[in-house]
Write a protein that binds this ligand. Structure first.
Ligand code: HPA
Length: 266
């Protein structure tokens, strides 16, 4: 961790970010618009390369709307074979750099049948169905406690703020529960039925590990999903990663203006 932090500080003129943003599939473009320093993951000691289509793989630092922000342009996933510790390491790095608020974004399938592709959804809560937990293992008491409370991971005040920003921009916004699977296969219709019965509105393969670790470290979290497709069995269409990227592309400009407005208001 010391090597990671030293490298980042040296190469960003000691930039101290207050807000972190993890940009999901197809949403990384936001960081292209605002970039004071960009460090490829492969250059940062102990970071891993991101190689999924639609992900760039760099840490971007920028002052946006008067706020100091660090952005992950592309994230690492559990399904790539990385460990939970590896994929959540950047969250711990953000915490050590000074981040207080973390905005988590992703592309997700709609479990809720009233959602439409390219809708944006504020995450109100999650269900961890990945079959593991990133906090398993020895606990580092300097970061957080052994048994962290999880009763309000996605902070109510941030949800309200995001909703207000969406209203101001005349963006119809959904709210709902994000259900995380390990992937990489998409779900079966029976699994999506199960997720709906359990209370899920959207399904995806990321975000939850980072949210668990960020909450544990004491970061305030806001989560936003871009609904990229109807989940398995919700429509007759077959699912494909290219559809996910194409649809997030359609939502991109709304997504970018919403994030910008949120940063202004934070
Ligand atoms: N399922 C799981 N992950 C996803 C989906 C989906 O339908 N869409 C985008 N990420």
């Amino acid at each position: 961790m010391e090597d990671t932090i030293n490298y980042i500080k040296t190469n960003t003129d000691n930039f101290v970010p207050e807000i972190g943003i993890i940009l999901g599939s197809g949403l990384g473009e936001f960081a292209d618009d605002y970039c004071d320093f960009a460090l490829p993951y492969s250059d940062i000691p102990n970071f891993i390369k991101s190689n999924v289509k639609g992900h760039k793989g760099r840490l971007v630092f920028a002052q946006i709307a008067g706020k100091k922000v660090v952005m992950m342009q592309g994230r690492n996933h559990f399904y790539e074979g990385h460990s939970m510790a590896e994929i959540t390491y950047p969250v711990k790095v953000m915490k050590k750099l000074g981040v207080k608020i973390l905005i988590l974004t992703n592309a997700a399938g709609a479990v809720n049948e009233s959602f439409r592709p390219a809708d944006l959804m504020i995450i109100t809560d999650h269900i961890n169905f990945m079959g593991t937990n990133p906090l398993i293992g020895p606990n580092d008491e300097t970061l957080g406690e052994r048994f962290p409370d999880m009763s309000e991971i996605y902070k109510k005040d941030l949800i309200k703020l995001a909703q207000k920003c969406a209203e101001k921009l005349c963006i119809d916004i959904q709210k709902g529960v994000y259900f995380a699977t390990s992937g990489p296969s998409y779900e079966t219709p029976a699994e999506i039925n199960m997720a709906r019965i359990l209370g899920a509105d959207a399904v995806g393969m990321s975000t939850v590990p980072e949210a668990i670790v960020a909450n544990y470290c004491g970061l305030k979290i806001l989560g936003i999903s871009c609904i990229s497709n109807a989940a398995s069995g919700v429509s007759d269409l077959k699912l494909s990663h290219s559809e996910v990227i194409e649809t997030t592309d359609k939502a991109k400009s709304r997504f970018k203006s919403l994030i910008l407005e949120i940063l202004k208001e934070l």
